[in-house]
Design a protein around this ligand. Sequence first.
Ligand SMILES: [Zn+2]
Length: 89
Amino acid sequence: MNTQILAGFRRLRDRMLCGDLPHCERAGSPGRSRGHRCICCDKTIQAGDLQYDVRLSNERIVPAHQHCYLAWREESLLLKDVAVTGGLR
Ligand SMILES: [Zn+2]
């Protein structure tokens, strides 16, 4: 894995920890972009490209690039594990 991808993972985690980015608690559904902005990297997902729609805990649906979604989902599950393990005695 190259350093750029690792930096991306770390940025996502930092943003989730400071509350800037919600956790990706449910699996997203893939579809075609209509030119919306990615919640993870804030860049436009080109119309026609693959995007993932993720339903947040507040029922809002947000779009993400496929690679952003995969990293976001991975980091969310990791953070959840840490929270669960940290809660045990
Ligand atoms: Zn993105």
